[in-house]
Design a protein around this ligand. Sequence first.
Ligand code: AMP
Length: 217
Amino acid sequence: MSDRRVVILLGPPGAGKGTQAVRLSAGLGLPHVSTGDLFRENLSNSTELGKRAKGFMEAGQLVPDELVLEMLFDRVSKPDCAEGYLLDGFPRTIPQAEALDVRLAGEDTAALLLEVDDSLIVGRAAGRLLCKSCGNIQHLEYAPPAKAGVCDQCGGELHRRKDDEPEVVRERLVVYHDQTAPLVGFYENKGQLRRVKGDQSPDAVYADLLQCLEGVV
Ligand code: AMP
């Protein structure tokens, strides 16, 4: 066993992975590595990778594995990940999970599944607001900004992600069930899966996540 701790957050789009990842990252002292954020950064900087990922993201489809893996492995090679990291939105396919597994041989790993029923997902995503400046996530209903359209954390502009439009979210859900849900069995077979009910208050979800991690990583 190494001293490196790797925590994987799994769950459908809009399950609260991003919100919980920010808290867990601070609570566990592990860098938050979100492949969605990395792609959005590449998009707004108009990099070659961003241009290649754009069409897939806007359609609610997955970006091809080889692009994701190269970007992710580059990120987790950085010095801040030397003692571990928290993965949000990765892996999303069995080949991604297998590639990660090869890289992580012998390291303490936990996969936390945020379970939320499909019937709640579209409404949740539709109310989600993302800060253009600091990436803070708020919600029209669950974490409403004190001033409409303004980030509580940094005063930046809040906006709705294009891929949170109901039509795109429905497509992302289909993709989730088809390509990402098989990861539940993958991590269950390895004895690394922990399930948390995602349809509770953010505080209750966070407390459950921390409890799942006790003595594991
Ligand atoms: P997220 O912010 O995690 O919901 O990701 C936004 C979008 O980025 C997804 O709908 C995909 O198009 C793309 N993406 C993020 N992570 C991955 C991944 N691990 N594999 C493939 N595509 C991804």
